[in-house]
Design a protein around this ligand. Sequence first.
Ligand code: ME8
Length: 519
Amino acid sequence: MSDKTPFYITTAISYPNGKPHIGHAYELIATDAMARFQRLDGKDVFFLTGTDEHGQKMQQTARKEGISPEELAERNSSEFRQMGKLLNASNDDFIRTTEPRHHEASRAIWTRMADNGDIYKDSYAGWYSVRDEAYYAEDETEVRPDGVRYGPQGTPVEWVEESSYFFKLSAYQDRLLKLYEENPDFIGPAERRNEIISFVKSGLRDLSISRTTFDWGVKVPNDPAHVMYVWVDALTNYVTATGLLTDENGPRAKFWPADAHIIGKDIIRFHTVYWPAFLMSAKLPLPKRVYAHGFVLAKGGEKMSKSLGNVLDPFELIEHFGLDAIRYYLMREISFGQDGFCSEEAIGIRINADLANGIGNLASRSLSMIVKNCDGQIPTPGEFNEVDREMLASADALIAICRDEMGKQMIHKALAAIIAVVSETDRYFAGQEPWALKKTDPERMGTVLYVTAEVVRQIAILLQPFVPQSSGKLLDLVAASADARDFSALGEAGRLKPGTPLEAPKPVFPRYVAPETTA
Ligand code: ME8
């Protein structure tokens, strides 16, 4: 058994009713950065992603395409898996809700809720959005000039009347409000928390949790005419993967409750109202935090849509810019929790400024000077002066800052702090003029180069969660051994060893030059 602290993090599971888009890539990259960060920080991490394959939306899309929902799920789920590989996502498992383990766990959670007296049979009559897979109260919908009735997320709703099981959500209103009050970190960011608190305060109605007008879902225990409402089974995926409901003593049971569910802002209600209520009813511990990121929007702030022709395809973007450039851009440019834009121009500007001209240039200038002027070895530094000590102290202080920011999902702030130290090092390097010291004071030159290379080493270690491949190459350049790349090698503990041979640095972050546009 590992004596490391367990850390369980998940993305939402995506509907495989189409191919993955940049929003899916964004969520996976961000969650991957958080998972990698915790692994490097010594935690025993379980990182889960997957596909949400049941429900009416899947069934309808399949029908339109003239295939079965199984086929649709199979085809697109494999696209999601492939995207994960392409993104270098380090997930430990990929769950599909059509798997037997998940059907079993969904029935188990249903049974626990029923045993607790929270499920009753009745009939549902009301509005439903297939696109959102959500029920809406009439006052949440509006008829627009086109004569169509829309729900609060701008998707069309249809009238549904059918026999249905209900979950006694109304009985959980006070317990949920108490949960939010006693655990201010349960929902982030703050604006989402406020939104949910006022939603719950406005009153909760019991929730229809089964459907009878189609059959693509998990069958309700002892009543096979009903399939579970897709969100009941979808949310359960997070527990399924730990095995807790089916094998209490299994190797992954220790990971529940999850440390963080990372999701988009459109599905916060499911995760912070329904999900904790289901878990309370099933007498299971609650996740520690649900954090909702914003939407990635195309240039000009439009929502991406196929009809507008502005869909940013993650596969194409990576082909064009390279993986780490895209990972970096999305994590650095968009405040995690807010909406943000993605355009080719903005990506080019950002990656050139921070990566090619920033850390890439700093590493190549300082390390090539070492190779040329210090016998190809890390120089032995002389005594550090005040400026050197300040420079090293700034690098050494980064881990505490990053730990704090990453603990709050402030990914962009962690990156900004790292890049601020790159800029500081640039100023240090320019101010110390090691090239001039070559003739006047070679020992001092060695000290300046040592300090700079040591900061580069630490920056490279800290950049690993965000740009794993490129930072690995940077660590190769400073000859960091494989066992000295996690966060325990930061600061004094892992200082560069004088005399370590270095090879001439190869460029790690190429400058992006926009292709000539052909008229
Ligand atoms: O909601 N920018 O699946 P999904 C950023 N199956 N994030 C975006 C986005 C965008 N443009 N578009 C979507 C579902 N997302 C359910 C989840 S979890 C138990 C079930 C995010 O494929 C979205 O907010 O519609 C969600 O977190 C994820 O992508 C999957 O969306």
